[in-house]
Write a protein that binds this ligand. Structure first.
Ligand SMILES: Cc1cc2nc3c(=O)[nH]c(=O)nc-3n(C[C@H](O)[C@H](O)[C@H](O)COP(=O)(O)OP(=O)(O)OC[C@H]3O[C@@H](n4cnc5c(N)ncnc54)[C@H](O)[C@@H]3O)c2cc1C
Length: 542
């Protein structure tokens, strides 16, 4: 096998074998889980299916990219070959451990993945020297070459955002993290000026209408500079934008989208409650119909948890229960745009002249600082009727649609953070010497850097593919991108930290921030097990 187009040809048999195994395993899984109805009786296996299907999708995305990008990205083919071999080897091991549970026969597995040419491909693809050589390239370049983008507009977006992020965000990122500060207004103002809040808002509503890939490229570059103080800032308007586009009235779209797009209003998203997390259909906070000074609207009372950016935000997109009958579950939920004043600190109290109160107190977190995540208490907080997005009872569906867009973006956030970790690890490995040599000269260091680069490339291409194909009804691909890219970010940042030795544990080193920032990625927008079971497995097994 060679690191050339020839190698890609050899990868095709492994790719096809993986696809065959996944399709057959999902077909058996549908029988076992009664087309997804009985996933809870088979959670462990359903998680396994979700993961192997996700990794296979990443193999396909990366191989397709390598076929096109080979002429432009000097590492594309090697990364694709190594990743395909990694996933094929992992699949073989899993099948060996759980063959009966997969419901597959040994001859089928042998034919799909155990043929001599595939086994040869896997062994060659995973050869230590090969991965080490990739790592050596990473060291030499201080990272990986830019991935190939077909269109000028995409390349320009990446360049513009990168120069902004490096010049204006990166120098502040460490201080914001260490001092647990709020994102400086200067960053928000500059991002607004550059149109970052309206990238996915259609032009007719005042946005850039640039589509989802531009959004991902933007998020990726901003997150490489700071996940919390830049990359995650555009996720919130994106979630509300998608909900408004899917379910808002024309008047609401015309009223809100231009203001979101211009950065005039900052958005927070509030779904989680102190006792309600993954089981979103059980949201309890009540919105009761009423009138204030002759104005029809709703009074919201109850508690919310983990509402990121709620202090600085001008509006909170809040999922509430409008139908008091708990049996209505998701059908009793409605989405409101709750206006409030912006507050700079870790605590705030917003009092309405007529007596409504909205209080917020930020919970201390080891990472993901810069926006602060608040527990909220609302007491008869009045929201005008026209701030109900669409109609009563549609909130859950609009929120879930918004989350799909959010997850897609989180694939980009995780990839950007991973790339930053790789680059800092490469730089440190060149500078740091032990036993008389730079640590980057050691085989194991280069091997680790090589593996990191391979996984990041796969996460990136899986996310880009999900972005290119994203539609209002997409939920599977964004969830897969989020699942895989966030795991890669956790692994990559920890490897990068280890390569920094004790200095990786010193707060003043950015890699320490990358580690704690990455830890939150598999938690929000559907904590990892829920994403695997309730989104990916459920979609694949129905
Ligand atoms: C820093 C940070 C910022 C956040 N920002 C926001 C925000 O802006 N807006 C917002 O609304 N939320 C936000 N969240 C909340 C986040 O979305 C939730 O924490 C997440 O959805 C999980 O909910 P939970 O914490 O209640 O965990 P739970 O739902 O209690 O889950 C805990 C664990 O229980 C297990 N579990 C639960 N249900 C099942 C099941 N059916 N099957 C198997 N296992 C199960 C899983 O292992 C899961 O990991 C944020 C969280 C953090 C930490």
């Amino acid at each position: 096998m060679s690191g050339s187009k020839e190698g890609l040809k050899e990868a095709t048999a492994a790719r096809e074998g993986l696809r065959r195994i996944v399709d057959e395993a999902l077909a058996r899984g549908r029988d076992i889980t009664e087309r997804g109805e009985a996933i809870d009786e088979h959670q462990v296996h359903s998680e396994r299916l979700a993961y192997i299907a996700t990794e296979t999708a990443a193999v396909e995305a990366l191989l397709d990219y390598a076929a096109v990008g080979a002429a432009h990205d000097p590492l594309a083919v090697e990364e694709a070959i190594v990743f395909t071999a990694m996933v094929a080897a992992r699949a073989q091991a899993q099948l060996g451990e759980h063959l009966e549970r997969f419901g597959l026969s040994a001859p089928l597995v042998a034919d799909a993945l155990g043929r001599p040419e595939i086994e040869r491909f896997v062994r060659a693809g995973l050869a230590d020297e090969r991965i080490e050589a990739l790592g050596a390239q990473v060291l030499e370049r201080g990272g990986t070459p830019d991935s190939y983008l077909e269109h000028d507009e995409e390349r320009m977006t990446r360049e513009t955002v990168r120069s902004f992020a490096r010049a204006e965000v990166a120098p502040l990122a460490q201080r914001i993290h260490l001092e647990d500060d709020l994102v400086p207004e200067a960053i928000i103002a500059k991002m607004a000026e550059l149109g970052f809040f309206g990238l996915a808002v259609p032009e007719e509503y005042g946005g850039q209408g640039m589509g989802n890939l531009a959004m991902i490229l933007t998020t990726e570059e901003l997150s490489a500079a700071s996940l919390a103080a830049a990359g995650s800032l555009i996720t919130r308007p994106e979630i509300l934008t998608k909900a408004l586009l899917a379910g808002g009235t024309e008047e609401q779209k015309r009223g809100w989208l231009p203001r979101i797009s211009s950065g005039e209003i900052m958005v927070a998203i509030s779904v989680t409650e102190p006792d309600v997390g993954s089981d979103v259909a059980s949201v309890k906070i009540r919105a009761e119909k009423g009138e204030l000074g002759g104005r029809p609207g709703y009074f919201i009372t109850g508690a919310k948890a983990w509402c990121t950016f709620a202090g600085r935000a001008n509006v909170i997109a809040m999922l509430t229960r409008t139908d008091p009958d708990p049996a209505k579950a998701a059908k009793g939920l409605s989405l409101f745009i709750v206006p409030k004043d912006p507050f700079p600190g870790h605590e705030f109290v917003m009092r309405q002249p007529e007596g409504g109160v909205l209080e917020g107190k930020a919970d201390r977190t080891p990472g993901y600082r810069g926006m602060h995540s608040y527990t909220l208490q609302l007491d008869r907080y009045f929201v005008p009727g026209e701030n109900l997005v669409g109609q009563e009872g549609r909130g859950f569906y609009l929120q879930m649609g918004g989350f799909a867009a959010g997850r897609l973006q989180t694939g980009g956030r995780a990839t950007g953070l991973s790339q930053a970790a790789l680059e800092t690890a490469a730089a440190y490995s060149r500078e740091r010497s032990q036993f008389g040599q730079p640590i980057g000269s050691y085989q194991l260091t280069r091997y680790k850097l090589g593996r990191m680069a391979v996984e990041i490339a796969a996460a990136r291409q899986l996310t880009y593919r999900a972005a290119r194909g994203f539609e209002e009804s997409s939920s599977l691909e964004p969830a897969m991108a989020k699942l895989f890219a966030c795991d890669v970010a956790v692994r990559t940042t920890q490897e990068a930290q280890l390569l920094h030795g004790g200095w990786g544990f010193a707060e003043e080193f950015p890699v320490c921030r990358y580690v704690v920032d990455a830890l939150v990625l598999p938690i929000f927008e559907g904590v990892k097990p829920i994403l695997e079971l309730k989104v990916i497995a459920r979609t694949l097994l129905r």
